[in-house]
Design a protein around this ligand. Structure first.
Ligand code: ADP
Ligand code: ASP
Ligand code: MG
Length: 405
């Protein structure tokens, strides 16, 4: 059972979460929990670090950031004790979460679950601090990247052969962000493939890497509410008899688009530029390239937090390729349609473009996968675009019939 930062934001909420763990335990389950740092703690710690140092040392940053979840876990364990059950909290390293040594974006290599299992056998509720691990190579504490509390939860479930409940301030995965579309509908089931596309295009209710891990290890995720017992959304390998053409509209407002012009047009140039970008550990999303008057022009989008690393990578490419023009645009956002049924239904893109055209929204970049269409548009137009697309594809209304799993 994982509870996100908003679910443990203050002492009352911490006691409430403790109650949820205790209820599960008293239903006869073995309970392993992970919680995120309270409220906006991680953001505050990051801001504090940058107030102290313009380029915080990554090892020390991880020492700092990992404390947030440690605090939350210890507090939840205390509250569980008060409710009459035994609990024990562990840091990621005490729980045996072993990672590589890439600070602030470490990858989990394995989880040594012995200590967790022993505590479970002793009848304890085990709490593991989310979002962190330990590198054997450097003997240092690492963190796993923003939003990676979800990843800790799925990794623990995979190790222990458990199902994974991810609790947050929304009761499941919706047809659009309910903060933007109040009439959005909760989806009873989402396939891994659709959830991967949704997470990659901004539906932050489940973090992308956690969904990847769940798919690779067959972990069933139940995304549900911290505050009620209602059934949430199951993310599984379920594929319906007849797939909905469109399952959800997603959006993101954090992409930054780089446009490089006047690049030499010859084989290997794109490979060289994107090698540099990959070496800087930047996750590139949409890429577009074409050739104008014998020079190549390319645009690609990256997450806002990767802008500095991208700039460095581009400078290093310029050193080898000669100077080309670089423009950066942080006034764009992305709206996407996700749906496994679009594979076999032509016309989805046309309807999407028409809907946006009726609002006089300009499309800056378009990218597709077999089950997704994304458009980059002005960031200030995102909410109305999401609402219009949700309506155009009739996503409100009656839920689909629920299959049994
Ligand atoms: P936590 O702090 O529990 O990890 P997050 O803030 O990461 O929670 O994720 C929950 C938020 O995701 C919700 O408050 C909601 O605004 C947002 N969200 C975006 N898209 C969706 C969607 N399609 N369905 C549900 N929630 C969504
Ligand atoms: N506390 C971390 C973050 O804010 C991890 C998480 O909440 O999932 O990114
Ligand atoms: Mg989250």
């Amino acid at each position: 059972m994982k509870f996100g930062g908003s679910s443990v934001a203050d002492p009352d909420k911490i006691r409430h979460v403790a109650q949820r763990f205790v209820e599960a335990k008293r239903r006869g389950l073995n309970v392993v929990g992970t919680v995120s740092a309270m409220g906006k703690t991680t953001d505050q710690l990051l801001a504090l670090a940058s107030d102290v140092s313009p380029t915080p040392n990554p090892r020390e940053l991880d020492m700092l950031l990992s404390t947030g979840e440690r605090i939350a876990c210890a507090l939840v364990a205390m509250a569980i004790d008060d409710l009459g059950e035994e609990a024990v909290s562990y840091t990621g390293s005490q729980a045996g979460i072993l990672t590589d040594s890439a600070h602030t974006r470490a990858k989990i290599r394995e989880i040594r679950g012995d200590r967790i299992r022993t505590s479970l056998e002793q009848g304890k509720i085990v709490l593991v601090a989310g979002f962190q691990g330990f590198s054997r190579d450097t003997m240092d504490i690492t963190t796993l990247g923003r939003g990676a509390g979800d990843l800790t939860a799925v990794a623990l479930a995979a190790t222990l052969g458990a199902a994974c409940e991810i609790h947050s301030d929304v009761p499941g995965v919706f047809t659009a962000d309910p903060r933007i579309v109040p009439g959005a509908r909760k989806l009873p089931f989402v396939s891994y493939d659709e959830m991967l596309e949704m997470a990659a295009s901004g539906a932050k209710v489940l973090a992308l890497r956690s969904v990847e891990l769940a798919r690779n290890h067959g972990v069933r995720i139940h995304a549900r509410s911290t505050f009620s017992d209602e059934e949430g959304t199951w993310v599984t390998d379920y594929e319906g008899m007849e797939q909905a053409i469109i399952s959800a509209v997603t959006h993101s407002e954090t992409d930054v688009v780089f446009t490089l012009t006047g690049i030499p047009d010859r084989p290997g140039v794109a490979a060289m530029i994107f090698d540099r970008v990959a070496q800087a550990q930047v996750n590139v999303d949409t890429i577009i390239q074409n050739v104008v008057h014998g020079r190549a022009e390319m645009s690609f989008s990256v997450p806002a937090e990767d802008v500095a690393a991208t700039n460095e990578a581009i400078s290093s490419a310029q050193a080898d390729l000669g100077v080309f023009a670089v423009e950066m645009n942080d006034r764009l956002g992305k709206v996407s349609l996700i749906g496994a049924g679009m594979r076999s239904h032509p016309g989805v893109a046309a309807t999407m473009f028409r809907t946006l055209a009726e609002l006089e929204i300009n499309l800056e970049m378009i990218s597709t996968s077999p089950i997704k269409i994304s458009c980059m548009i002005g960031r200030d137009r995102i909410p109305e675009a999401v609402r219009a697309l949700h309506e155009a594809f009739a996503l409100e209304g009656e839920p689909q019939p629920e299959p049994t799993i």
